[in-house]
Design a protein around this ligand. Structure first.
Ligand SMILES: [Mn+2]
Length: 323
C-alpha cells in the first residue's frame, strides 16, 4: 500500500502527521501549508497513492477551486482523509466532503482528531503524541484531553510538549522536522532527543530576550499593541502576546517586513474576540492581502504600504466590538 501524509510544520502538525504515519505504516511524509496544499495534492496525485492523509491544514478559500481540481486528479480508489480543526464554512466543508473523508471539529487539535479517528490501529504511545499536539495548540481543555491527562502525570506531558514547542522555534522546518516526526513515531520522547533538548533550552533563553526586547519596543494603536521587525526571526506568536501584555492591550501583533510585504501574527489577551473573523473582515478591504487562522491566533500578509492602514482598521474594529 502506498500512503502519503501531508501535514503542517508546527507541533500539532508534526504530532498529527506522526499519528498518520503510525496509522499508515510506510507512508511518505511531506510538510505543507494552506497556501501550498493545492500544489502538493496535485503533485502527489501523479503517484496514484492508495491513501492520502491531510492534517492540520486550514482551508484557504482563495485556493478552493484549485484544491478541488487537485483532488479530482486522484484515482477514484484513493481514499483521502482530511482532518482539521481550523474554522471552515459549511459550504466548503460540504463540497470537500464529496471527495474526502472529512473529520473536522473546532475545539480539539488536529492530533487529537487523528488519534480519535485511527485509535483502533495505533500503538499505545500515539496517545502521548495527541496530548503533545493539544498542549502545543492550546487545545488542552477538551473532554478527551482532560480524561487522558489522568492517565499520566500531566506536568511531565507539559514538559515534553514544551520541549517540542520551544525547539521548533529554532528548527528551520522541513529536514530536521521530518527527522523529528520519524523519531516521534518510534516512541522516542522529546526529553531523550539531545538535539531537541539543546534547541529547546536555546529557544527558551532567546524567548526571554524577546520578552525584554518587546518590553522596550512595543507600540500601541488604540486597543492594539504591536512590535515591528524584531532583530530575531521567529518567535512571532510569542512576541505578539508580549506586545499585548506590555501595552496593556486586548490584541497583540508581531509584524515583520520584507522588501514589499509585511507579514503579521496576531494574538488576543484576556479577550473573546474572534480574531479569524475580525481578520477576514479587515482583510477584505485590501487587495493582495491574505490570512486566516483560529479565533485565538491568526496570521496575515499584505503589501508593505498597507500596514499602517491595516493596523488602524484592526484597532477600529476591536474598539467598535468592545464598546
Ligand atoms: Mn493545529
Amino acid at each position: 500500500m502506498h500512503a502519503v501524509v501531508l501535514t503542517h510544520g508546527d507541533v500539532d502538525g508534526i504530532t498529527s502527521g506522526a499519528i498518520g504515519l503510525l496509522a499508515f505504516p510506510g507512508a511518505d511524509l511531506y510538510f505543507t501549508r494552506p497556501s501550498q496544499i493545492h500544489a502538493d495534492l496535485y503533485r502527489v496525485a501523479r503517484d496514484r497513492p492508495d491513501v492520502v492523509s491531510v492534517s492540520d491544514i486550514a482551508l484557504n478559500t482563495m485556493r478552493f477551486d484549485d484544491i478541488i481540481r487537485a483532488l479530482s486528479r486522484f484515482p477514484r480508489e484513493t481514499s483521502i482523509h482530511w482532518t482539521d480543526h481550523h474554522p471552515m464554512a459549511a459550504k466548503y466543508k460540504r463540497r470537500l466532503s464529496q471527495r474526502v473523508e472529512m473529520f473536522h471539529q473546532i475545539g480539539p487539535c488536529a492530533a487529537e482528531l487523528m488519534y480519535r479517528k485511527f485509535a483502533d490501529r495505533l500503538p499505545e504511545h500515539a496517545l502521548r503524541l495527541a496530548l503533545y499536539g493539544a498542549i502545543a495548540d492550546y487545545c488542552d481543555n477538551t473532554p478527551f484531553v482532560r480524561r487522558h491527562f489522568e492517565d499520566f502525570d500531566k506536568r511531565t506531558l507539559y514538559l515534553e510538549a514544551g520541549l517540542l514547542v520551544q525547539a521548533l522555534q529554532e528548527i528551520d522546518y522541513r529536514r530536521e522536522s521530518k527527522d523529528l516526526t520519524w523519531e516521534l513515531t518510534l516512541g522516542i520522547e522529546p526529553s531523550s532527543m539531545n538535539n531537541i533538548v539543546d534547541l529547546a533550552m536555546k529557544a527558551t533563553r532567546v524567548e526571554h530576550e524577546v520578552f525584554r526586547y518587546v518590553q522596550s519596543h512595543a507600540r500601541k494603536v488604540g486597543p492594539v499593541g504591536y512590535v515591528l521587525d524584531m532583530p530575531v526571526h521567529g518567535y512571532r506568536g510569542k512576541s505578539a502576546k508580549f506586545a499585548a501584555y506590555f501595552t496593556d492591550s486586548m490584541i497583540g501583533i508581531s509584524a515583520r517586513s520584507s522588501e514589499d510585504e509585511v507579514d503579521v501574527s496576531i494574538r488576543r489577551r484576556n479577550s473573546k474576540i474572534d480574531l479569524n473573523r475580525l481578520l477576514s473582515r479587515v482583510i477584505s478591504s485590501f487587495t493582495n492581502a491574505q490570512g486566516g487562522g483560529h479565533p485565538a491566533a491568526c496570521g496575515a500578509s499584505m503589501k508593505r504600504s498597507d500596514f499602517p492602514r491595516f493596523l488602524q482598521l484592526i484597532a477600529d474594529e476591536v474598539a467598535a466590538q468592545s464598546s
